[in-house]
Design a protein around this ligand. Structure first.
Ligand code: TYD
Length: 212
């Protein structure tokens, strides 16, 4: 059987805890001897990091939804070309802290850009390169609000609770539509419990059982 590509992405609303889980997964894979590249979006290349600064700047309140979508997508195309494809070609695992699903839900469901436009732009930005496995770490509104307290919000985090409701709904719908690729995990569990679920999925889906 052809092995699934070693491209894994993590998705979730802000404060879902995905970054912690990514570090733990990377550590575990490295302990087993695999090469691992963690890439964060927006960012991960010099051009993408500069685009990130523009996107997250609290002063850029006049940014239009379309500009936002195109900037995220430009950053992504640099990342795919400069980082994702070379890493996969070297046989490494690529773990993406957000990828194209973020544009679908934040700019599509959140900012209400037409889904046909989003899908077209996503295809252009990724050049068709999709993860074989995506973890959506889901937290409910109460957990989001609890964790959001006491943090200094960047431009996107200032968007308000209605925005985040739509984003979460978007993730839930997307996960329903793409059951083969997207695994939903209850982000209210302990860090260890979440990691165990993730590890089980990765080893199964990537056929690593005989390698670890
Ligand atoms: P970041 O500080 O990296 O947040 P997180 O740790 O939650 O990933 O900021 C990224 C923000 O950008 C986050 O609010 C989600 C948003 N985003 C989009 O709106 N569209 C996208 O395509 C991507 C990749 C991120």
């Amino acid at each position: 059987m052809k092995k699934a590509s070693r491209f894994v992405s993590f998705e979730g609303i802000d404060f879902s805890g995905k970054t912690t889980q990514i570090s733990l997964l990377a550590k575990r894979l490295k302990e087993k001897g695999f090469g691992v590249d963690i890439l964060r979006e927006p960012g991960g290349t010099p051009i993408s990091e500069r685009i990130r600064e523009i996107l997250l700047d609290k002063n850029h309140l006049e940014m239009t939804a379309i500009s936002e979508m195109l900037l995220f997508s430009a950053a992504r195309n640099q990342l795919v070309t400069q980082k994702v494809l070379p890493a996969l070609q070297n046989g490494n695992f690529v773990i993406a802290d957000r990828y194209v699903d973020s544009t679908t839900v934040y700019q599509g469901y959140g900012r209400k850009i037409d889904m046909q436009i989003i899908n077209d732009v996503n295809r252009i930005a990724t050049m068709g390169h999709m993860p074989s496995l995506t973890f959506f770490i889901d937290i409910d509104e109460a957990t989001f609000q609890e964790r959001a307290r006491n943090t200094s919000a960047d431009r996107l985090e200032q968007a308000g609770i209605d925005f985040f409701r739509r984003v979460r709904e978007g993730y839930l719908e997307l996960a329903k539509k793409e059951k083969q690729r997207i695994v939903t995990i209850d982000g209210r569990q302990t860090v260890g419990a979440i990691q165990n679920e993730i590890w089980e999925c990765v080893t199964k889906k990537m056929h690593l059982i005989d390698e670890v």
